[in-house]
Design a protein around this ligand. Structure first.
Ligand SMILES: Nc1ncnc2c1ncn2[C@@H]1O[C@H](COP(=O)(O)OP(=O)(O)OP(=O)(O)O)[C@@H](O)[C@H]1O
Ligand SMILES: [Mg+2]
Length: 237
């Protein structure tokens, strides 16, 4: 369960602080499949970064499975992040000098206690995204859709409960986009919470719930989400 209560994120920027998020209160039950929509600059990436513990609220509280992140040290938050969340970005963020398998194994470098069979797990994840035969290919030798699937495999190696995807199809053609969204939908069916920032209404329509931001505030909520006024109430699917 992910729960934001009256979250503000203010960027200090010269004389004019920027309120990137203003009083966001949302509760996401396990297995949520959420789209985040809104114009450029509305706060979508800022929200995703806070949900994924890459950043902290300036004020308000963010609880992950009942634990207030304010009470967690920076090291503890980094550990929670690597164990609970998997990230996917528009630009794939693969390392070009490493092949697909090596890219998928990267999270183990940051893991204090990698499993003995980590290479086999990484290979399984590549197979899971349909790229078992491409493990030795460099990113430059793969299509955009294939590169994004490598990034998804990398996001899966630590068995995260939550996948956070910031415009994962923004750099892809429509066929590859569909494949990526189908893969994310399948991961949701298998039990993961999936949160997708997208400008694409068709993709948002495939999600169970949609939150729309404008100027850092929630202006529309559909599906499982909780209105700003009453963060304790959770509507169910
Ligand atoms: N590190 C930062 N320092 C100062 N201001 C920032 C920073 N990051 C974001 N902002 C500002 O916060 C607001 C929200 O930015 P954010 O990146 O969350 O928007 P977004 O909805 O993801 O936009 P896009 O669709 O263009 O990716 C914007 O006004 C942006 O300029
Ligand atoms: Mg963004």
């Amino acid at each position: 369960m992910l729960r934001l209560e009256k979250v503000f994120r203010v960027y200090a920027s010269g004389d004019h602080p920027i309120e990137a998020l203003r009083q966001i209160s949302l509760e996401l039950p396990p297995r949520s499949f959420l789209a985040v929509q809104g114009k450029s600059g509305s706060g979508k990436s800022t929200l995703l970064n806070i949900l994924g513990c890459l950043d902290r609220p300036t004020s308000g509280t963010y609880c992950v499975d009942g634990q207030n992140t304010e009470d967690i040290s920076d090291d503890g938050l980094a550990a929670l992040r690597s164990q609970k969340f998997g990230f996917i970005f528009q630009s794939f963020n693969l390392l070009n000098r490493f092949n697909a398998l090596e890219n998928v194994m990267l999270p183990y470098i940051y893991s204090p206690d990698p499993p003995a069979d980590y290479k086999a797990i990484a290979h399984q994840m590549l197979e899971r995204v349909g790229l078992g035969s491409r493990s030795q290919h460099l990113p430059g030798e793969l299509s955009g859709g294939q590169q994004q699937r490598v990034a998804i495999a990398r996001a899966l190696v630590n068995s995260p409960d939550v996948i956070l995807a910031d415009e994962p199809t923004g750099a892809l053609d429509s066929q590859s986009s569909r494949e990526i969204v189908d893969l994310l939908a399948q991961l949701n069916i298998e039990g993961k919470t999936v949160i997708i920032v997208t400008h694409d209404g068709e993709i948002a329509a495939q999600c169970s719930s949609v939150v729309t931001l404008a100027d850092g505030q929630v202006v529309d909520l559909r599906g499982t989400l909780v209105p700003d006024q009453d963060p304790k109430v959770v509507a169910t699917l």
